[in-house]
Write a protein that binds this ligand. Sequence first.
Ligand code: AVI
Length: 325
Amino acid sequence: MHAVSSTLSLPEAACTPVGSEVYRGLTSRPKTLCPWLFYDQRGSELFEAITELPEYYLTRTERAIFAEHGDEMIAAAAAESGPLTMIELGAGTATKTGLLLRAAIRSQGAVDYYPIDVSASALAAAEQHIAEGIPGVRIESRVGDYTQGIEPIPCEGRRLVLYIGSSIGNFEPADAVQVLREARRILAPGDHLLLGADRAKDASVLIPAYDDAAGVTADFNKNVLTRIHRELGADFNLRTFRHRARWNQEQSRIEMHLESLIAQTVSIPALHLEVRFARGETIHTENSYKFTPESIASIIERAGFALTRCWSDPRQWFGVYLATV
Ligand code: AVI
């Protein structure tokens, strides 16, 4: 037995983005929830904390690649024809982008920067720290979901779209191709994409990165249940769910799950829904795909780009790929 809906006509809350996703996910078999549900205010704070954990190598490894090769990346994307304009998908607070913005300023004196994100508060924080710390950046934020389309970006020279942080890994491969196609639609021949993507590696490195000793990733995962409690009235008992991180070798992805430690029924009043869990049953909350140079090249090329350069760290744990239209 899995989930039972007690009504035929859906209540109003099931038509909101959060309500409809929770309804869809918890009435599916196996149960799933989309990772975008993680990012309420608390979830975004927990994610920032994850990026500083000793086990979560991704952020600091990508940052080190930018620190070492940022000037080369900017030089490879620029052209004689005019200044480079930078556009960032899912920019958040744009903390790592500073290294690339500084490299662009070193090369051309100033830079136009268009960060795009669903979170207006994250963009406000990005604007503030860039205005205070990086003179020479002309910033125009755009609040929106880049997966749903990107408005054209005016530009005199070449455009460089940044899609960093391995966010591409949170999409199914076919959807990842679609996201990059969306980015390509706003680019002209000679413009570039700079993509940061985590590499496949030993499970002994990957598992702790998604199941850290301090339990921050567990709190991040469980926070989705707190969100469903707050926004839809669900009576989840957090102590009866446990965070699980699994390495799926065949699919080359880390999976995050929430496992029910007991057989139980959770009610979600706003959705008129009772959700039954067997002991040991899980809600699959996230995939984080890990790529080989070949598998990421295939996604980039299926999206209509030509891969031109790539950079990595000495351990080959993370890749940054430059591709052109
Ligand atoms: C945002 N994204 C790239 C993170 C990742 O590594 O897949 C999300 C995350 N989930 C658990 N820890 C971090």
